[in-house]
Design a protein around this ligand. Structure first.
Ligand SMILES: *Cc1c(COP(=O)(O)O)cnc(C)c1O
Length: 398
């Protein structure tokens, strides 16, 4: 027995336990750019319905050109954090562009939204304060809350009576922060921000919304939940990612009240102790947001797709969660069935993912379909056809 043997045995047992529980995550290898049609390493060409590539920008030639231009003019990497020597004119320009997009006062960039959420609570709140969090909030919010000493309250997903109860109890604390995802990634529902905002006024709380799945998608012109609920400029903290609708590369942000952003620049650990975003990503980010300000074509196309897809799937007899975004949950309830169905769909050239416990509650297994402006109508028809064929085969529909 050497020093590693004992630990190695433990790791192998853990991995085996993951496998036996049917929870082992295999990675499918893609040998093409991310897009609506992708080529897998085995040569199979499939239609992709499981990327967060909502506006279809991941392989957009103009974004690639903007990234190339920024890289040529400002280099490959920064080799520094922002406050030492890692802030270029481009970083300030992107921060301003994001603030203009959301109608906020200022923005702070991070390497990811995971970092933005990881670094937002601890600098702002102490053990005297309260965080009131939706139970279905993203893992990065949960982790961020854990890093903060504030008293924690949780309310059932989008359940306003429960939120009100928690807010009443939380009157014991000095400040209260309500935090919610804008769009919940497993059901595609939008947080009822109008009611959340109302309760925040009544119970003297501030509000934070994670717009990762809603930015570019929700609201008349894709400005997210604050646009949808007519609350532009009213929500104190928004976080989000450049890794989904906005080109899908990498990068996160917190945007909102200027004093909040200013304090985060002084104290937020993922900002202070992690590298600056590279010029290519920043340049393409600026380009993307400006492009989206000019035209609503992509978002309109995405919405038409979502409506069409949901209606056709309902007609075919599938059980679909009511969606208000580009996420469409095809409910199967049974974990094994969701895996079988996803794998049969791939044989038909449709790449979708089955989700089961612990990602969704027990007995709530499903296939999540994510639509993209990069899809064409014929792609949707092909997907619906495959669902119908396999659905009949597996007796999910008649
Ligand atoms: C995807 C996602 C994140 C993480 O974003 P990254 O930029 O990929 O780290 C955070 N919050 C929510 C709600 C998300 O959906």
């Amino acid at each position: 027995m050497n020093n590693y043997t004992h630990f190695q045995k433990y790791l192998m047992d853990e991995i085996l336990a993951i496998r036996s529980a049917g929870l082992y995550k295999e990675e499918r290898i893609i040998a093409s750019p991310q897009s609506a049609k992708i080529r897998l390493q085995n040569g199979q060409e499939v239609l992709n319905f499981c990327a967060n590539n909502y506006l279809g920008l991941a392989d957009h030639p103009e974004l690639i050109a903007a990234a190339e231009k920024a890289m040529k003019e400002r280099g490959y990497g920064m080799s520094s954090v922002r406050f030492i020597c890692g802030t270029q004119d481009l970083h300030k320009e992107l921060e301003k562009t994001i603030a203009d997009f959301f109608g906020t006062e200022d923005t702070i960039l991070y390497a990811s939204c995971f970092d933005a959420n990881g670094g937002v609570f601890e600098p702002l709140l102490t053990e005297e304060d309260a965080i009131i969090s939706d139970t279905l909030n993203h893992a990065s919010i949960i982790d961020g809350v854990r890093l903060c000493k504030a008293v924690r309250y949780r309310y059932a997903n989008a359940h306003m009576e429960d939120l009100e109860t928690q807010l009443q109890t939380a009157q014991a604390q000095r400040f209260r922060l309500i935090v919610t995802d804008g769009v919940f990634s497993m059901d595609g529902n939008v947080a009822p921000l109008d009611q959340i905002y109302g309760l925040a006024q009544k119970y003297n709380a501030i509000v934070m919304v994670d717009e990762s799945h809603s930015a570019g998608v929700v609201g008349k012109t894709g400005k997210g939940t604050t646009e949808q609920f007519n609350l532009r400029g009213k929500i104190e903290i928004l976080t989000g990612t450049l890794g989904k609708a906005f080109g899908g590369a990498i990068g996160g942000y917190t945007t909102g009240k200027k004093e909040i952003i200013e304090l985060l620049r002084q104290r937020s650990r993922p900002y202070l102790f992690s590298n600056s975003l590279p010029p290519s990503v920043v340049g393409a980010g600026i380009y993307t947001l400006r492009m989206l300000e000019k035209s609503n074509e992509l978002q309109d196309k995405l919405h038409a797709h979502a409506t069409y897809f949901v209606n056709k799937m309902l007609e075919a007899g599938f059980d679909i969660k009511p969606t208000q975004s580009a996420i469409c949950a095809v409910m199967l309830y049974d974990a094994q069935l969701s895996q079988t169905m996803a794998s049969r769909m791939l044989d038909e050239g449709i790449y979708v993912t089955g989700f089961s416990y612990p990602v969704v509650p027990k007995g709530q297994a499903r296939i999540r379909v994510q639509l993209s402006a990069k899809h064409e109508k014929a792609d949707l028809d092909q997907c619906i056809e495959a669902f119908t064929k396999i659905g009949k085969e597996l007796s999910v529909i008649k």
